[in-house]
Design a protein around this ligand. Structure first.
Ligand code: CS2
Length: 496
């Protein structure tokens, strides 16, 4: 076998012609976007759109500089640095085809872990017009009780008094904006690309919440000059596996330390509210709309909730992947019923989208046998997902007197998961969640008090006090704790 090439700019021409690669001169690309939180999703989504736009030859101002501000970002920085920030996108089709391209939109990477200065300087640089974020829910530092910026967190306290040595993204943004104001530069757009409801509004509230306490004058300037577009982001991006890395070696003869895999589907619906210009992402498939809310609500309540339905029920039943769940007719039928009977009645019409088609596409996407998205990934951090994906649907249906059974079984099964930490065949299931201990303790209380789990207010709020919900839930708990199996309970719920 011939030598395996390391992926980098020098070796790029040697890589097999079947692999697409940047057709633009990366040395001429300026970094108009600074992105915090370079993980799989950013690389399969925003950076992939941007790569395609750079390929048109008319967007040279919009390269991306990756930023890491946490210890956990270092492995990605290291991998990318060794390959001149090139990486491979492997798009996996249902017919088992894999479309392989090397992307070049990330042209630089700076890290703030040891020294914040290079990151602040890059954000404050005249070329920077957008700072975008995929920092996950936890990165927004929201106080659970008020929904406002959590000033009491140790990192927030630190950042308030150490403006040039920030730890939180909001400390970095504030300092960079302070410098821009001093230099007479325009403010930038802060663009959240996290899968969070009203992500732009949340970012704005958190940044201003922080800045007002550090420098009220500056906060006013930010409020007037910066912008925070909301967006709905969508592309299923499973965790990269060693098999993906091996595939590139054996099929294409090169070594990428950290490729990213994803499905063919890709969607980005963005509010057109950019303080200092933006790439023409609409030329490569993004959609700019005046109001993102109907799109994001549809996505959270159908796609993400659908994932949680399959992920939690599937994990306890013993399925490994979302496509395994869809290959099981009972699960495919259950999730579609959930979408039709419980989620859809809570949605407003979405401009340009026929919900039945959207749901058909979702079932196809979930069923893609090549994507092998693990139920474990879906179950990660359920304590921050379910209050956004599933509980609003339950609450809306309770208020309207509609069915809640399909969704309630997911909550009861999540209790069993957190209590037993094993599937029905006795195989261990791990709770990977910031509230792991609290969830386990609440679930363990079920034998003494059937409602113990749902009395955990940081996740469920007042739901346990709702008579219809607590009745439905406790009857389900009785049956599934009697070890009759999740499948039997799913059948019972579908029949009723
Ligand atoms: C998933 C999402 O984490 C989850 O529970 O539902 O990561 C989902 O794959 C993405 O939002 C798709 O855009």
């Amino acid at each position: 076998m011939s030598e395996i090439l390391e992926l980098n700019q020098t070796n790029l021409p040697e890589i097999l012609g079947s692999v697409a690669r940047p057709n633009y001169d990366r040395t001429r690309v300026k970094t108009g976007i600074v992105h915090v939180g370079v993980g799989g999703f950013h690389r399969a989504h925003q950076a992939a759109y941007t790569d395609r736009l750079l390929s048109t030859g008319q967007a040279n101002d919009w390269g991306i500089c990756g930023v890491g501000i946490r210890q956990g970002d270092l492995p990605m920085q290291e991998a990318l640095e060794q390959q001149d920030h090139l990486y491979t996108l492997m798009v996996k089709y249902p017919d088992r085809r894999i479309e392989t391209s090397v992307l070049g939109a990330i042209v630089d990477f700076v890290c703030g872990v040891e020294d914040a200065e290079p990151v602040i300087a890059r954000m404050a640089h005249a070329d920077t017009r957008i700072v975008s974020l995929t920092i996950t829910e936890g990165g927004y530092n929201v106080a659970a009780d008020t929904g406002e910026f959590d000033l009491s967190s140790p990192d927030a306290q630190h950042d308030l008094t150490h403006p040039t040595k920030p730890r939180l993204v909001f400390g970095y943004l504030t300092e960079a904006l302070r410098r821009r104001r001093a230099l007479g530069l325009p403010a930038f757009t802060v663009q959240s690309c996290d899968n969070i409801q009203h992500n732009g509004d949340l970012t704005r509230r958190m940044l201003l919440g922080f800045a007002r306490h550090q420098d009220p004058e500056l906060a006013k300037w930010i409020e007037e000059r910066a912008s925070f577009p909301n967006a709905m982001v969508d592309r299923i991006t499973p965790v990269t596996t060693d098999a993906d890395i091996e595939f590139l070696k054996s099929e294409h003869g090169f070594h990428d330390r950290w490729p990213v895999t994803c499905e063919p589907f890709c969607q980005w619906v963005i509010e057109d509210n950019f303080a200092s210009g933006r790439p023409a992402w609409e030329q490569v498939g993004a959609q700019f709309v005046p109001d993102v809310v109907p799109y994001e609500t549809m996505k959270l309540r159908l796609l993400n909730a659908g994932h949680s339905v399959l992920g939690i029920l599937g994990a306890v039943h013993g399925h490994q992947t979302i496509n395994d769940c869809i290959a099981d007719d009972r699960f495919a039928h259950y999730v579609r019923r959930f979408m039709d009977v419980e989620a859809t009645p809570t949605l407003d019409p979405v401009p340009g989208i026929e919900l039945n088609d959207y749901k058909d596409t979702l079932i196809e996407r979930f069923g893609n046998p090549n994507i092998r998205d693990s139920v474990a990934r879906i179950c990660l951090q359920s304590s921050s997902k379910l209050p956004v994906f599933l509980l609003p649907t339950i609450n809306a249906n309770l208020n309207a007197g509609r069915s809640i059974n399909l969704a309630t079984l997911v909550i009861a099964t999540w209790c069993l998961f957190c209590d037993r930490q094993a599937d029905e065949n006795g195989k261990p299931l791990e709770i990977v969640d910031d509230l792991k201990d609290e969830l386990h303790a609440a679930a363990r209380g079920t034998t003494a008090d059937k409602l113990s789990f749902i009395k955990f207010k940081p996740v469920f709020g007042e739901l346990a006090n709702h008579p219809q919900f607590s009745k439905t839930y406790s009857e389900m708990i009785d049956r599934i704790y009697a070890n009759q199996g999740i499948a039997a309970e799913m059948d019972r719920v579908i029949k009723n």
